[in-house]
Design a protein around this ligand. Structure first.
Ligand code: CAA
Length: 258
């Protein structure tokens, strides 16, 4: 599939998806969401790719769902649109490979919601993050009411959702909404360094850890989540990377993971 609103670059086992609708500040319309879905499904099967980065072209990461497309929607159409957004963001969360949001500017509404579905979020020191949907007479519909409280706590999440005000990158990091804030010019370089570190680890171990965290923390009570962790931990011992990783440690050498 060729994409109208995305570009894909691959280097050193890292794939970089760039959302390219700069005139609309990379707002997510149906076409872009469908392209993202297709692209993520194909990268998830690509053996040359270990880590996926998602970023935006120009001064914005993603300024939200496309307001111009939503303006005339009725409830039924809004449900279809929200379901599509949920499907794409769930795919990011559920795919085995780690996904890093590279927030190069505005991450608003659906843009912040997409970033929160990623495994890690790195931002430029110029980024602005928020859920401004109440200013439009609606509220976050791509997972924001659920993922934001899980990341920053329910009180802070209510404040951000109820006021609709954006916060800067430093504040976002202080409340636990970002892993890393870096100078704007270094954003991609620093994120690639982080991605390379991750790409060198056992792919199997990463996939199992991601599943334990996403499913356990997101969907389960503590005792069921610990049972899931036990099962997945046991499963990691059925993979050759376990022998290799532990032998390498004992033999004081670098592991050669599959
Ligand atoms: N949808 C569609 N178009 C958008 C857009 C969006 N979310 N955000 C920006 N644009 C468009 C603008 O309409 C404008 O287009 P025109 O040139 O045709 O007028 C263009 O991008 C540039 O935007 P601005 O002129 O507004 O740029 P700015 O630098 O002055 O302001 C901004 C930047 C503060 C991000 C401002 O554009 C803004 O507030 N955007 C909307 C943010 C928003 O409300 N996001 C939430 C969307 S709803 C949502 O996401 C629902 C959900 O949960 C699923």
């Amino acid at each position: 599939m060729t994409y109208q609103n995305l570009s894909i670059a691959k280097e050193d086992r890292i794939a970089i998806i760039t959302i390219e609708r700069p005139k609309a500040l990379n707002a997510l319309n149906t076409e872009t969401l469908k392209e993202l879905e297709d692209c993520l499904r194909s990268l998830s099967k690509d053996p040359a790719v270990r880590v996926i980065l998602i970023t935006g072209k120009g001064k914005s990461f993603i300024a939200g769902a496309d307001v111009k497309e939503m303006q005339e929607m009725n409830s039924k159409q809004a449900l279809v649109f929200s379901s599509l957004g949920h499907r794409v963001l769930d795919l990011i969360q559920e795919m085995e490979k780690p996904v890093i949001a590279v927030v190069n500017g505005f991450a608003l509404g659906g843009g912040l919601e997409l970033a929160m579905a990623c495994d890690l979020i790195v931002a430029s020191d110029k980024a602005k993050l928020g859920l401004p949907e109440v200013n439009l007479g609606v509220f976050p519909g791509f997972g924001g009411t659920q993922r934001l409280p899980r990341l920053v706590g329910i009180l802070k999440a209510r404040e951000m959702i109820f006021t609709g005000e954006a916060i800067d990158a430093r504040t976002a990091q202080e409340i636990g909404l970002l892993n890393l804030v870096v100078p704007d010019d270094d954003l991609l370089t620093k994120t690639k360094e982080l991605a390379k570190k991750i790409a060198g680890k056992s792919e199997n171990a990463l996939a199992l850890a991601k599943k334990a965290i996403s499913q356990g923390v997101g969907e389960m009570g503590l005792s069921s989540a610990l049972a899931l962790e036990r099962d997945l931990f046991a499963r990691s011992f059925a993979h050759p990377d376990q022998r290799e990783g532990m032998s390498a440690f004992i033999e004081k050498r670098k592991p050669r993971f599959q």
